[in-house]
Design a protein. Sequence first.
Length: 268
Amino acid sequence: MRYEMLGPLRIKDGDDYATINAQKVEIVLTVLLIRADRLVSLEQLMREIWGEDLPRRATAGLHVYISQLRKFLKVPGSAGNPVETRAPGYVLHKRDDDQIDAQIFPELVDVGRSLLRQKRFDEAASCFGQALALWRGPILGQGGNGPGANGPIIDGFSTWLTEIRLECQEMLVECQLQLGRHREAVGMLYALTAENPMCEAFYRQLMLALYRSERQADALKVYQSVRKTLNDELGLEPGRPLQELQRAILAGDMHLMSPPSPLAMSGR
């Protein structure tokens, strides 16, 4: 069985997909998957479902949701159930062939990061590409609700995954630049800067990719665009890496045509 959390939650069993229509049952499953093979207390689950303002019969309601979840996860012909009652709460056990895409994703990113440090750029890019291919939409079904829309466990996990995804995207582009695929990177970077207008690292990469694609004027336009965005939204000037890159492009610095060290990537 494969639990897919990097998008609207769904469960894949063979070639079949199943989803949970009851929102509160879906929340319970999401929390148990985040803490797979670890105990989640009743209090933690209730806070994820209802926040701080618990209804009078919250405990009884949670027991109903657990019962519904067990029915949903029961495999025909199987004697057990992955959801175990263990004081003071519940544990969801992964079976031998179970997979959770939200666990596979950071593992792939870790492998890719290690390969990048070893300058094995093609292999690293492949790992990052595989990791990003797992994403199907807004993670954990949050849609446009953003941070704070769920309880602390789901929101914390969602924020963590989002940060890893940003890093993964940046490292994938870095691989492309190291491999001389500047023109291929340009389209991806225009999309990334549109999706993440406050992320200076993507603008830096876009300016560099454009410059190496013999598009100096476009690279300088990107700088003016990010400068205006930061000024309008935050009253800030671009950071030193962007300012230094702009000056180097204006000076026609030929050192920019050589890929930088992968360990010199700008942080967020």
